[in-house]
Design a binder for this molecule. Structure first.
Ligand code: HEM
Length: 528
């Protein structure tokens, strides 16, 4: 009893999951019994009540009543397609995994998404984009759950639910930050380390023109591990071969709500398959302390002049899904789905994500979500373990005893390198993780403002920020946020403040300020 292979793209046993069938078939109830007509409700006489014995009608309506599963708590609106990953520049000295160590390829499924909006929300929102890829490798499934920005709003995972709640509807008014941005700016003013990502978001790359014209970034540091058990820190970049295109607020307002879904679907339908180059930045752990980069802090980028990009491979999306719900809504990406040769860093946000995704999948899809066709592993690695039963157990591992028995013990394959060589040595007391604001938090946004943005970008960004802030009516919240912008650039803050009537009314010095839920290390030693 092997699971059905997904769409035949895995080499396949030839079976297709039923929901990808295009054939009309014979109309039947859920138990497969043919029913003469779809509208055939049984009733007593011409005007009488309906009959409880009418399994067909009850079957129809009760299934309809249960059609919705919870949408993703974040990244609810999205779309995707199937395709292929190819390694073009193998790295056998850096990574032991076959996929990257040799010139090989594997089937993939990608999903793109906005972050804050609900399932029906517009594709062209000013919001980061998710960029997830499921690689069906010969060593099992590996997921890259990336964003289109190389940085993130926070480095303390405990802030994530709070931050996300500020992007969601207000508990009382039920309005989003497009109509009332108080929570959006309250968060930024109270968590200044988020300013780098806020600037990126409000800048020229805040609204991608399409999913085909945007990049994917690991954001977090990962590790490549080689056959000798030696590892290096890496950051992964997935760069569009279509080029980068973005929209202004005005251009975005003219787009249809599902513009990006439509763009991707019809590009693939017309044979215009989008492609991305996969590249990586690399750092020897011995160089990390003197690199000027905190590898565990994803509010910052690794400067490309110090850490250039190296080519690795290419992805191509070339097959539309046959059934959106089965292949996109039910797909479960998980940053903990890693294969030998790729390991997580100690970034606390990444470490928390390793827990969060499978946890939400058990809630959103159900405990046996890995058995759904789109989530199944490569046929070489149909799971053999002792996870049995549970709701909708479709592939229940047959007659084999469900403990490690002497009767049918599984084969255990040893690790290619020792577990202790891929992780460092750590010891210490339990301490509170202090994610305080530091001078360093403003260096990269300042460089982005002065060196990366053009004069036109700067003017548009100021308009984007003050326009968005104008829906917040709380002056204290606005002043706090503007004083954070001031740390990036005084002129930027002044130009934002002017149309809001707050010129000269905000603090210019954050030293000594107390931030909500944060720690302020500005102007003093972190060890104090
Ligand atoms: C989706 C949690 C940070 C990228 C999700 C989901 C959860 C979640 C619960 C919904 C998953 C699902 O229902 O399938 C978290 C937590 C974070 C965090 C707790 C920090 C503590 C990040 C970061 C990135 C990211 C830093 C990117 C670098 C994504 C993407 C998706 C997603 C791309 C959509 C996956 C898909 O297409 O199905 N996140 N997230 N998240 N997250 Fe995160």
């Amino acid at each position: 009893c092997k699971p059905a292979m997904f769409l035949g793209i895995q080499g396949s046993d030839g079976r297709k999951p039923e929901d990808t069938s295009d054939e009309p078939g014979v109309y039947s109830a859920s138990n497969g019994v043919p029913i003469p007509h779809a509208y055939e409700a049984q009733r007593v006489g011409r005007e009488g009540p309906l009959l409880l014995q009418d399994f067909h009608l009850i079957d129809l309506i009760s299934h309809f009543d249960r059609e919705r599963i919870p949408e993703r708590v974040v990244h609810a609106k999205g779309g995707g397609a199937h395709g292929i990953y190819r390694t073009t520049h193998p790295i056998p000295d850096l990574c032991l995994n076959n996929l990257f160590a040799t010139q090989t390829e594997c089937p993939i499924t990608a999903r793109f998404s906005t972050v804050g909006g609900e399932s029906g929300s517009p594709d062209c929102a000013r919001d980061p984009r998710g960029f997830s890829i499921k690689f069906r490798t010969e060593d099992g499934n590996m997921d890259w759950v990336f964003n289109n920005t190389p940085i993130f709003f926070l480095r303390d995972p405990a802030k994530f639910p709070h931050f996300i709640h500020t992007q969601k509807r207000d508990p009382q008014t039920h309005l989003t930050h497009s109509d009332d941005s108080i929570h959006f700016w309250d968060y930024m003013g109270a968590n200044p380390e988020s300013v780098h990502q806020f600037l990126y978001l409000m800048g020229p790359r805040g609204i991608p023109a399409s999913w085909r014209h945007m990049q994917g970034y690991s954001g977090h540091t990962f590790k490549f591990v080689n056959k000798e058990g030696k590892w290096k820190y890496v950051q992964i970049h997935v760069l569009s071969q279509q080029g980068t295109k973005n929209l202004t607020n005005e251009e975005a307002a003219e787009q249809s709500p599902d513009a990006h879904q439509k763009d991707l679907f019809y590009a693939i339908e017309n044979g215009d398959f989008p492609k991305w180059d996969v590249k990586y930045q690399i750092m020897d752990p011995a160089d990390a302390p003197s690199s000027g980069v905190n590898v565990n802090d994803l509010t910052k980028v690794w400067p490309r002049d110090k850490f250039p990009l190296h080519p690795l491979g290419e992805i191509e999306l070339n097959k539309n899904v046959a059934n959106y719900f089965a292949e996109i809504e039910q797909i479960a990406f998980n940053p903990a789905h890693l294969v030998p040769g790729l390991e997580p860093s100690n970034d606390p946000v990444l470490q928390s994500r390793l827990f969060s995704y499978p946890d939400t999948h058990r809630h959103r899809i159900g405990v046996n979500y890995q058995q759904l066709p789109v989530n199944q592993a490569h046929p070489k690695h149909i799971p053999t373990n002792f996870q049995r039963d549970g709701g909708m157990a479709f592939y229940n591992q047959g007659a084999r005893p469900n403990y490690i028995s002497s009767l049918a013990p599984p084969e255990f394959r040893s690790r290619q390198v020792d577990i202790d060589s891929v992780h460092g040595d750590y010891e210490g007391h339990a301490i509170a993780f202090l994610s305080g604001v530091q001078e360093d938090d403003f260096v990269q946004p300042r460089a982005m403002w002065h060196k990366v943005f053009s004069q036109k970008d700067r003017e548009q960004t100021i308009g984007n920020i003050s326009g968005h802030m104008s829906t917040c009516k709380n002056q204290d919240v606005l002043k706090r946020a503007i004083s954070v912008w001031h740390q990036v650039d005084p002129e930027l803050a002044e130009k934002i403040a002017e149309p809001l009537g707050l010129k000269g009314k905000y603090k210019t010095d954050l030293r000594g300020e107390v931030f909500n839920g944060s720690h302020n290390f500005l102007g003093r030693n972190m060890d104090e």
